[in-house]
Design a protein around this ligand. Structure first.
Ligand code: SAH
Length: 356
């Protein structure tokens, strides 16, 4: 059987040319694109201004990817909601909704699992299951907006997975998410976070997008970085930062550096000094994230005092810095932990199909 086309992953131009080939009137493409990406229709049946005949025809030729909510945990502290979604083939992924004064922000996964192997991260413990399609990344935002009935204004690609290990689908996702006939989320309100894949950063700089790039730095030198992030063995910090410079020059967008503070590993004053020296000329924003301990590793969070001293030092050096306390601390811990626990309970194991 021929595989059906994943209609939610198509751009408006692609949809137009598919319809042209099929002899479907051109104006239908825009109409259907809006049903999919603006009105967030769940099925072709919902597209009430199309004839029954056309709806049936679409259902025959196209696949409509939707995600099912497998679980939601709501924080009693700050209203953060952690969603566990089931993909059409049974894999599960995590997304998080965070409520801020300036609007609702959704953190999406770009892959089921991850193969980057960062030592402190739960998403990578079982490796990569598979890449997500553009429709599956979009659906995380769409389903959350439908569930809360509140507009999503910011999206961060900081859930499970390395966006540049699934480059084409992530870029397509960004274009669809920011499309004026879709949710029309401003590219300035979209952040892509990478562990530092140099060719990915360089390529994104050429896309003509105006998204924010966040780099997971986590160390002031290659030596410490290699102990935390295997990717540091592939790309030297100097090259990663050079690519970040290029990104800034091409897009005019200031970068964010993420730095997870791990007690006794990267959190002392000499490391703060080395970090300041390394990034001073970048005029980037630094997010300090007290590491969220996972049971499979023995990394522990820096003390509050150490975090304060580290932050203060960077500020004295004129660096813009915030400490990002984990939101929804009462519901499911660090990135990827909810999914991991769910899989351990037998909800799903990688590579198999869920049968419940
Ligand atoms: N692969 C991308 C995006 C995923 S993770 C990247 O590496 O940037 C988003 C951020 O959370 C990254 O900075 C990641 O290093 C960090 N992170 C993952 N697990 C963490 C944990 N247990 N504690 C603190 N930060 C963590």
């Amino acid at each position: 059987m021929e595989e059906k086309t994943d209609i939610k992953s198509l751009t408006l131009e692609e949809l137009k040319s598919c319809f042209k080939e099929q002899g479907i009137q051109g104006f239908r493409a825009k109409q259907i694109f809006q049903w999919l990406h603006e009105k967030l229709a769940d099925s072709f049946e919902d597209m009430t201004n199309l004839s029954r005949e056309l709806r049936c025809r679409l259902a025959e030729d196209y696949e409509m990817i939707t995600l099912r909510i497998a679980d939601v945990k709501v924080s009693g502290i700050d209203g953060t909601r952690k969603y566990l979604f089931r993909l059409p083939d049974g894999h599960v992924i995590e997304s998080v909704l965070m409520k801020y004064k300036h609007g609702n922000s959704v953190c999406v996964s770009s892959q089921a699992g991850c193969r980057m192997g960062c030592r402190f991260c739960a998403s990578t413990l079982d490796g990569l299951a598979r890449n997500l399609r553009p429709s599956e990344i979009l659906e995380q935002v769409y389903e959350i907006q439908k569930d809360t009935k509140e507009r999503v204004s910011n999206v961060v690609i900081m859930g499970s997975g390395e966006p540049f290990d699934n480059y084409d689908n992530v870029v397509r996702f960004i274009r669809l998410l920011s499309h004026e006939k879709g949710l029309n989320i401003s590219q300035r309100n979209i952040t892509v976070s990478t562990c530092g894949i140099v060719p990915g950063i360089e390529k994104l700089a050429e896309e003509g997008l105006s998204v924010t790039l966040a780099l997971s730095l986590h160390a002031p030198n290659d030596e410490i970085r290699k102990t935390l992030m295997p990717v540091a063995r592939r790309y030297a910090l100097a090259d990663v930062l050079k690519a970040c410079d290029t990104y800034f020059q091409k897009t005019g967008r200031r970068l964010t550096f993420e730095y997870s503070l791990v007690k006794g590993v990267n959190d002392n004053l000499s490391e703060a000094a080395a970090l300041a020296a390394l990034i001073k000329h970048h005029r980037a924003h630094v997010n300090l994230i007290p590491v969220n301990p996972i049971k499979e590793r023995d990394y522990i969070q820096s003390d509050d005092r150490a975090i304060e001293v580290f932050k203060h030092y960077l500020e004295q050096q004129g660096i813009n810095v915030t400490v990002r306390r984990e939101m929804g601390r009462d519901i499911g811990g660090a990135c990827g932990q909810l999914r991991k626990r769910y899989m351990e309970k037998g909800g799903m194991t990688d590579g198999s199909i869920c049968t419940d």
